[in-house]
Design a protein around this ligand. Sequence first.
Ligand code: FES
Length: 544
Amino acid sequence: MPQDQFDGRPVIGICNTWSELTPCNTHFRVLAEHVRNGVLEAGGFPLEFPVMSLGETLLRPTAMLYRNLASMDVEESIRGNPLDGVVLLAGCDKTTPATLMGAASVDLPTILVSGGPMLSGKYRGTDIGSGTNTWSMSEDLRAGKITLDEFHEAESCMHRSHGHCMTMGTASTMASMMEALGVGMPGNAAIPAVDARRNVLARMAGRQIVQLVKDQVPLSKILVKPAFENAIRALAAIGGSTNAVIHLIAIARRAGVELGLEDFDRLGRGVHTLLNLMPSGKYLMEDFYYAGGLPAVLKELGEQNLLHRDALTVNGKTMWENVKDAPCWNRDVITPFKQPFKENTGIAVLRGNLCPDGAIIKPSAATPKLMRHRGRAVVFESIEDFHKRIDDPKLDIDERSVMVLKNCGPKGYPGMAEVGNMPLPPKLLKKGVTDMVRISDARMSGTAYGTVILHISPEAAAGGALALVENGDEIELDVAKRRLELLVDKKILTERRKAWKTPKPPLDRGYWKLYFDHVLQAHQGADLDFLVGKSGAFVPRDNH
Ligand code: FES
C-alpha cells in the first residue's frame, strides 16, 4: 500500500462472516469487494477481516450457542485494531445479531449490510420457501405422502441461488430489523442476494461509512429506544420471526437501551401483519422486493403514526425521509394497513405460573381456534425423549393434548435450539390433524408455524415451573388474556420441586462451560451476563 492510501484517511474495517460452513454467506467475498470499492471512492482505507461465522444448517448443537462467542470475536477484533468505522457483512440467522451485538459494545460508526435472500424456490410449477416447505414436506414424508427422492428434488429446487432463507424466517427478519433500526441502508431487507442492486447497496454502504466517520456518528446515535420501537412495530407488520425478540433485547442491552418483553406486547398491539409472506402467507422475499420492500411497509406504519419518523438512519437521513415516498407495486404482497393481511398480530407475551418471567407466541403463525385452549400435558423430558416416543403408535396423545418439551432452553440444550415447533405425532397427522398447542423453553425457526409457545422463562434447566410439569397435568392457554397456567395445586408443585435436581453442564471446560455458567434467560436476551453493556473503542495501552 502506498503511504498516501492510509495517511490521515478513515480506516474502515469490513467485518466478514464469509465461510464455506455457512452456505448462506458464501457470496460475501464478492460483497466485500463492493464495500471496498465504495470505501475507496469516498476516500477511506478499507481492510477486510474475518470473524467467526455461524451457519444455521451445520452448527451443532445449535448456532445460537455460539452467537455470544461470535459477538466477542467481533467486539475484540473491532476494538483491538486501529479502525475508525466498520461495515458488518451478515446473512445467515445468527450472524446478524452476533455482529451487531459486538459492534454495539465498541460503538464506532457502523453499517450492517445483509447478504440478501435467495431467489424464490421453484418446484413443479409452484413457489416453495426455505424452511417452511421443508417442515411441511418432512411431515408429508413421515406421513407417507411423498417419497424421499421427491423430497430431495424439492430441496434442490428450493436452494437454487446464493443468499439466506427466502421466507420471512429469522435471517430475512433480522435483515428487516437492521433496516427498521436504521443500521442498514434503505433496501437492505429484501434485495435478493444475486440481484446486482445488492452489490450497489454494498458499494453505497462503503461510501457512506466514510461519511459517518467524518460526521462522527457512532452506532449509539442510531441504536436509541425509538429505533428499537420502530423495529418492534416493523416486526409485527412483517409477521417476523420470534427469534427477533431475543436478538433485539440482546442488542439493546449491549447499547444500553432498556428493552423488555413488555415492549413487544405493548408496541405490537394494534399493529397488523401487512406482508403476505411465508410462513404466515404465500409469497417470498423476492416478491417482497419487487412489491416495494420494507420502505413500503414502514411508510404504511408512518402514515398510522406507528413510526418514530425522525429516527436517524445510517444514510444520514431520518426514517421518514427514507420511506415517505416509497411506492408499493403489489398490494397482494404488501397489503394496506386498513385492509391488512392479518389483524392484530404482534408478538403476544404470556404470563402465568408456568412462565413467571414470560413466554411468547406468534399469533400470525398460530391456529385461531387454539388460542384459547385447555388440555392435558404430554411431557417430553428432553429432545431425545421426544424423538424416541413421538412416532410410537401407542403414545397416549390426542388432538386436544398439550405437547410439553423440557430442557431445551439457553442452559438446558445448551443454546436454546429451534425445536419448539415439535412435529406432530404421525398417528394424528394421518387423521388430518394439522396443529396442536405446543409448549417449551426452546426457540422456533422463523420459517416454522403453528400454535407454539416458546421461550418459557425461567427455563426447565434453571428450575422453572416447566421442570415440574408431569403427564396428564391440565394446562390452560388464553392468548387474549395473555395467560398460560399449569392447573396443579401449589402443594403438589412444592413436593415436586423438592425432588427436582439441578442438571449438570454438558461439558465442564471451554466455551461451553463459560456459556453455561453465565448465560442469561430468554427474557433478558440470552446474552452472557458479563457481555451486557459496552466498553467503547478505547484501548488503554499500545502493543509495544
Ligand atoms: Fe441460513 Fe436459513 S439456513 S438463513
